[in-house]
Design a protein around this ligand. Structure first.
Ligand code: SF4
Ligand code: SF4
Length: 206
């Protein structure tokens, strides 16, 4: 609601404005003011509103609050929380190819990784950490990743006794026994389900 609309709403709802310019001078005046307002029903209207909402919440299932952490409100699929490293659904191998683009684009300089060539001359990620004490969750790393290997997940509760416990590659990687639960491709930085419809075909002249 815009400010103008809000002002109009205030003007049309017959709001009672309290006279704060002449506060009661003594206890007797204050008592008389309370009595006057109570008899006019203001106090009991307020109590009734409270009672009505309590009955609605307890007996009619109209609870307006969330019992966090037992209940959680749904978050946007593009919410940028703790990163997730995805696996290839076919083989279960991690998708990251160790290209280092995420490390280079990170404006907080909080991604550190080490790679080596394995016996088949394929690049292998030996170390990959994100310092979440520095990360500003800008999403650049997820956007730049050519393999859709790193995305932002929905885990936003980042409190821990040990900062290091968030940042290991293994912590972010989809557990192998939960591979069947990994969606292709969830989170910020992933392609949209109808991405193919939005890709323009390269003209033949090129
Ligand atoms: S979200 Fe931004 S700051 Fe955090 S690791 Fe990725 S690029 Fe770096
Ligand atoms: S940009 Fe993607 S593929 Fe490249 S190192 Fe980062 S996570 Fe791995």
């Amino acid at each position: 609601m815009g400010l103008e609309k809000f002002k109009k709403r205030v003007g049309t709802q017959n709001y009672v404005k309290l006279d704060l310019t002449h506060p009661p001078a003594d206890g007797w005046s204050a008592f008389k003011q309370v009595l006057k307002r109570s008899l006019k029903g203001e106090l009991f209207v307020g109590l009734w509103v409270t009672l009505r909402e309590m009955i609605n919440a307890l007996f009619r299932g109209k609870m307006h609050t969330t019992q966090y952490p037992l209940e959680k409100l749904p978050i946007s699929p593009r919410y940028r929380a703790i990163h997730e490293m995805l696996r290839l659904l076919e083989s279960g191998h991690y998708r990251c190819i160790g290209c280092g683009l995420c490390e280079k684009i990170c404006i907080s300089n909080c991604i550190a990784m080490e790679t080596r060539y394995d016996e088949n001359q394929r690049k292998e990620v030996t170390e990959y950490t994100i310092n979440f004490g520095r990360c500003i969750f800008c999403g650049y790393c997820a956007e730049v990743c050519p393999e859709l290997a790193i995305v932002h997940g929905g885990r936003y509760e980042t409190a821990s006794e040990q900062r290091a416990s968030f940042s290991l590659f293994e912590d972010m990687l989809t557990p192998i026994d939960k591979l069947n639960l990994q969606k292709e491709y969830p989170g910020f930085g992933a392609v949209s389900p109808n991405a193919d419809d939005n890709i323009k075909k390269t003209p033949l002249a090129y």
